[in-house]
Design a protein around this ligand. Structure first.
Ligand code: SF4
Ligand code: FES
Length: 259
C-alpha cells in the first residue's frame, strides 16, 4: 500500500429497526464496505442509507443536527455503550475507532422515558418538560456588562459553566441501569443554582424539576456512575451531589414550589 492509498474497512452492522413505537422491533443485519477511517460514524450510516434508498429500501432513521457535538440531537448505543467506545457524542465518533471486520450492534437509547419514534430515533421531549418545569430564572440580568458587574466566586462560576455544557443528549439515561435522568436534571439545576441570578427560585426550582423528572418514566438514581462515564461533556457525579444537597435543603426549609 502506498502512502497515498487509504485503508478502508468492511463492517457488519446489526441495527435495530422499528417502524414506530406501537410496532415490535428487531435487529437487522447490514454489510458496509469501503468505509474510510476518517468518516464519522454518522457519515457511515449516511452511506448505508444512500445504498438502502437506491435499493428502494427504507433508510434507517437516526437523530442528528449540528454534527459538531453541540446540539445533543445524536446518540445511539454501539455495542451496548451509549455513544460508543469514545467518551464523545456519536457525531464526533470516527470510524478509526473501529477495525476492519468488526461486527457492531447499533440500538436506540433504551429507557421508558425515551420511547422509540422510529429505528434509532427516540422521543426525548421528557427532557424539555423537565426544563420547562423550572429550568429558568426570573431575575432581570440586563445586558452583558450588567451581568459582569455581579461578582461570582471563581469556583462557582467554573462549576456552573461545567454544568451548563450539558447538551441534553440523554446518554446518561441510556447508560444508567435504572434509566435515571438524574445527571441531566442535576446539570440543569446546578448551572442556575450556583449563580447569584439563580437564587430567588433555587429551592422551588430543584423541587419542581425533580418532581417532573419523577413524573416521567425514568428510574431512580442509585449513584452507580455509568451516566458520568459516558457523558460526552464529562458532567461529574459531584453535580448529582449538588442536586441532592439543594433538594434536602429545600425540603428541610419546607419550601413550596412557587407557581
Ligand atoms: S448530563 Fe451528559 S450525558 Fe446526560 S444529557 Fe447532559 S451531556 Fe448528555
Ligand atoms: S448532532 Fe449535534 S451533538 Fe451530535
Amino acid at each position: 500500500m502506498t502512502s497515498t492509498e487509504t485503508r478502508t474497512m468492511s463492517l457488519t452492522l446489526n441495527i435495530w429497526r422499528q417502524r414506530d413505537r406501537t410496532k415490535k422491533g428487531k435487529m437487522v443485519t447490514y454489510h458496509v464496505t469501503d468505509v474510510s477511517p476518517d468518516m464519522s460514524f454518522l457519515e457511515m450510516l449516511d452511506v448505508l442509507n444512500e445504498k438502502l434508498i437506491l435499493e428502494d429500501d427504507d433508510p434507517i432513521a437516526f437523530d442528528h443536527d449540528c454534527r459538531e457535538g453541540i446540539c445533543g440531537s445524536c446518540g445511539v448505543m454501539i455495542d451496548g455503550i451509549a455513544h460508543g467506545p469514545e467518551q464523545t457524542a456519536t457525531c464526533q465518533l470516527h470510524m478509526r475507532s473501529f477495525k476492519d471486520g468488526d461486527v457492531l450492534d447499533i440500538e436506540p437509547w433504551r429507557s421508558g422515558g425515551f420511547p422509540v419514534v422510529k429505528d434509532l430515533a427516540v422521543d426525548r421531549s421528557a427532557f424539555d418538560r423537565i426544563i420547562s418545569a423550572a429550568g429558568f430564572i426570573s431575575a432581570p440580568t440586563g445586558t452583558a456588562p450588567d451581568a459582569h458587574a455581579t461578582p461570582v466566586p471563581k469556583n462557582d462560576s467554573d462549576a456552573a459553566f461545567d454544568a451548563a455544557t450539558c447538551i441534553g443528549c440523554g446518554a446518561c439515561v441510556a447508560a444508567c441501569p435504572n434509566g435515571s435522568a438524574m445527571l441531566f436534571t442535576a446539570a440543569k439545576v446546578a448551572h442556575l443554582g450556583l449563580m447569584p441570578q439563580g437564587q430567588p427560585e433555587r429551592d422551588s426550582r430543584v423541587l419542581k424539576m425533580v418532581a417532573q423528572q419523577d413524573a416521567e418514566d425514568f428510574g431512580g438514581c442509585s449513584n452507580i456512575g455509568e451516566c458520568s462515564a459516558v457523558c460526552p461533556k464529562g458532567i461529574s457525579m459531584e453535580t448529582i451531589s449538588r442536586l441532592n444537597h439543594d433538594l434536602l435543603g429545600a425540603l428541610r426549609a419546607g419550601a413550596v414550589p412557587s407557581s
